[in-house]
Design a protein. Structure first.
Length: 309
């Protein structure tokens, strides 16, 4: 079982050239869906309301075979509005609620999982971020931990706080993915590759930096590598990083490198193996940007294009 902890919300996509669109979203939710579409058993631990949007989120997860053990609560479901620029890039504003029960006290929710992923708003916004950190600390002895800060400066405006909070999760993580924009906001005086190298020193086995059309770059104990971004037509970039994250984790699962007992094997990942992982993740992200909203590919879609993990 793979577990994703984090926010679920409705993405409203606004553009000057097209009618408004609404999609189920939230970075961790998108990762859970991406993992399930790639053929993995996944569960999502998050928050959504007992309202129309919340029911839509629950149905979306069910339609994608993602388990949802936590019930809806009394808060309104969170909403993110994404305004697209002419190139398809997204700028976000949010109406959010983020609270969770004590996940570490519910062994039935975490025991048996081999990987726990979190990030984005869930790792930054109080009060829920405290429970997420405790859950990660609880799960780490038996599960691989992955983290994507997916920074939202319009929500968490204090870069010093965000940097300190991110580093708490990086120090617990085995696999970290961040965009070059994330790292440039967190460490404005430092090249993003140097920031990633410093994060590797905090404890992870893998740190990956996505760089849009430049393609992803990664650093592992044995060295560094990069792959080009596949050529594609961009509809929008909503969910592209989440699709990349899901495929990155999927490729590591396929290589039997997840689970607390596999930590040493993951740390021994070669540059050549990492390059293959990056290529698979980049191919998944390329499919996502070619269609509207956070709509990650299935494994069958990738295989139809000749893409294998």
């Amino acid at each position: 079982m793979l577990t994703v902890i984090g926010e679920a919300l409705i993405d409203e996509v606004l553009s000057d050239t097209a009618p408004p669109r609404a999609h189920v979203g939230g970075s961790p939710l998108n990762v859970a869906v991406g993992l399930a579409r790639l053929g993995h058993s996944a569960q999502f631990l998050g928050q959504f309301g007992d309202d129309e949007f919340g029911r839509r989120i629950h149905q979306h997860l069910a339609d994608n075979s993602v388990l949802v053990p936590l019930p809806a609560d009394s808060h309104s479901t969170s909403v993110a509005s994404a305004r697209l620029d002419p190139a398809g890039g997204a700028t976000y504003t949010f109406k959010l609620s983020w609270e969770l029960p004590d996940l570490a006290a519910h062994d039935d929710l975490l025991n048996g999982t081999t990987l726990v992923h979190t990030g984005s708003i869930a790792s930054m916004l109080a009060p829920g971020a405290r429970e997420v950190l405790a859950a990660i600390q609880h799960a780490r002895p038996f599960a691989t931990v992955s983290y994507d800060p997916n920074c939202r400066p319009t929500i968490i405006t204090d870069a010093d706080y965000a940097r300190a909070q991110a580093e708490k999760f990086v120090a617990l993580a085995d696999v970290v993915k961040a965009s070059d924009e994330d790292l440039e906001w967190l460490y404005p005086e430092q090249d993003h590759r140097e920031s990633a190298r410093r994060w590797l020193e905090l404890g992870p086995a893998v740190v990956v930096v996505t760089r849009g059309s430049k393609g992803p770059w990664a650093v592992v104990d044995r060295g560094e590598c990069e792959v080009p971004a596949p050529a594609t037509s961009v509809v929008d970039t909503v969910g592209a990083g989440d699709s990349f994250m899901a495929a990155l984790l999927s490729a590591l699962v396929d290589r039997e490198l997840v689970g607390g007992q596999r930590r040493n094997e993951l740390r021994a990942l070669s540059v050549e193996q990492m390059q293959g992982v990056l290529a698979f993740a980049a191919a998944a992200a390329a499919v996502t940007v070619s269609r509207a909203g956070a709509n990650p590919p299935t494994r069958a879609e990738l295989r139809a294009q000749g893409v294998y993990a």
